[in-house]
Design a protein around this ligand. Sequence first.
Ligand code: SER
Length: 314
Amino acid sequence: MTKKILVTGAFGQIGSELVPALQKSYGKHNVIAVGHKHIPEDFDGIVESVEITDNKAVTSILKKHNIGTVYHLVSLLSAKGEIDPTLTWNINMNGLKTVLDYAVENKLKVFWPSSIAAFGPTTPRVRTPQKTVLEPTTMYGVTKLAGENLVHYYHLKYGVDVRSVRYPGLISWKAPPGGGTTDFAVAIFYDGLTKGAYECFVRPDTKLPMMYMDDGIRATIELMEADPKKLTIRNSYNLAAISFMAEELAKEINKHIKVKVTYKPDFHQKIADSWPQSIDDSVARRDWGWKHEFTLPKMTLTMINNLKIKFGVV
Ligand code: SER
């Protein structure tokens, strides 16, 4: 019997796009989408609902479906994480440990997402190197750094084939903005198209590393399909595509649609200021051939075109 793929956080920002991509490559009957509260009614595929902090329930789903690969995506993001740090720790860490323990016993291959949030204010902010200072100042970042160390440990100690990337801010149109600091770069499109205006929660000169979701999905699948002998990083690969300031994005959007952008920095600003502006991902490019496709103009146009269809805007 073929081993199946299980995706946690299947209906979150990344999962909403990774699940269909995996279904396309490996067949619908081979992908198990694990969600929690909001499972879309029109989802076409195998679905399970579980509380990710319930270790027994998670393990029983892994057993039930004869799983060979797990994409363990479930996570609360940075801004939401600051509202309830304890919940963030529990959600972001408990399920990961359960999945890794099961992976040891059953020789699973595991993907786990880290983030630019693993870095902190003491990290060099421009072209942040692969190996550098990691002193995050958000609970989300703390869980990402702890997770990086945990997956690295499970690889060294038990030989688990676990792979990871430090995603930059991901920009996508399928899932609505959901509690991340980089989500201003998503919300600006949503509000821009529905209201013609956007109040941005960071300063105009706030520059962060970003990536269009299609690149993010391709990176994930390419890393998981890469020859393990080529992988020199088993905590998490730096991954990059584009970097821009909030005002540069606003300008690019205004080439296509009229959006009045105002700026009212709040607690998100401190988080944004603690993260890099750009990332050196040359190790990923060397080890498994990573190459991004979406530039700022291409991403902007693709977002506008897709959201116009989604919102029925002509
Ligand atoms: N997009 C995430 C956030 O802003 C960063 O990984 O929280």
